[in-house]
Design a protein around this ligand. Structure first.
Ligand SMILES: Nc1ncnc2c1ncn2[C@@H]1O[C@H](COP(=O)(O)OP(=O)(O)OP(=O)(O)O)[C@@H](O)[C@H]1O
Ligand SMILES: O=C(O)C1=C[C@@H](O)[C@@H](O)[C@H](O)C1
Ligand SMILES: [Mg+2]
Length: 176
């Protein structure tokens, strides 16, 4: 690998945290999860941050944490809404490689059916997932690479990603 930071983006339930952890093991890279960092720093769960501080404040914490990470050879698994900020999108592109994990809304809903930890999915889960993904899709697609995770096992996704990263680092080395 190039020593660059890999940013994983995607909708809630696309598997950023799950895939990031496995990819980190596979490539011996440090993995940092922005949601987990926010929870650690604030000493409270994301759902409580949304309730007590509000979403606007949460987005401020998220952007601040993203920009405070000065990592080399690391994977950053991001919160699903990090791409709503143009500044965050530009920061990730300038500081590493952005990989978007796409997932069909039906599969997202299946994965998160019983989940109660995502405050934005507390009401009208079905409609919210479809509408929110639709609105965010152009931002997600600004990524350097897209992996469709729909109906794929974690191992298959990791294989696809490592193939891409190997090709990418070969091209990168040639242009150095
Ligand atoms: N490829 C997959 N196949 C089946 N289940 C998966 C897959 N990837 C993730 N999951 C499951 O989906 C759920 C959500 O995954 P995960 O927490 O990694 O999503 P996320 O993208 O990090 O979401 P968020 O943006 O809310 O942090 C978990 O229960 C996880 O085990
Ligand atoms: O998609 C989103 O806006 C979110 C995704 C999660 O990762 C958390 O960052 C939070 O629940 C908000
Ligand atoms: Mg996550």
């Amino acid at each position: 690998m190039t020593g660059e930071t890999i940013y994983l983006t995607g909708f809630m339930g696309a598997g950023k945290t799950t895939i990031g952890k496995k990819l980190g093991e596979e490539l011996s890279m440090t993995v940092v999860d922005t949601d987990k960092m926010i929870e650690e720093i604030c000493q409270k769960k994301i759902s409580d941050i949304f309730k007590e501080d509000g979403e606007v404040r949460f987005r401020e914490y998220e952007s601040r944490i993203l920009k405070s990470l000065s990592l080399k050879h690391a994977i950053v698994t991001t919160g699903g809404g990090i791409i709503n900020s143009q500044e965050n999108r530009r920061f990730m592109k300038e500081n590493g490689i952005v990989i978007y994990l796409h997932c069909d809304p039906k599969v997202i809903l299946r994965r998160l059916r019983d989940d109660t930890t995502r405050p934005l999915l507390e009401k009208n889960k079905d409609k919210t997932v479809v509408n929110m993904l639709d609105a965010r899709l152009p931002y997600y697609l600004e990524a350097d690479y897209t992996v469709n995770t729909t109906m794929k096992s974690v191992d298959t996704i990791i294989t696809e990603m490592t193939h891409f990263l190997n090709r990418y680092s070969f091209c990168w080395a040639q242009h150095k």
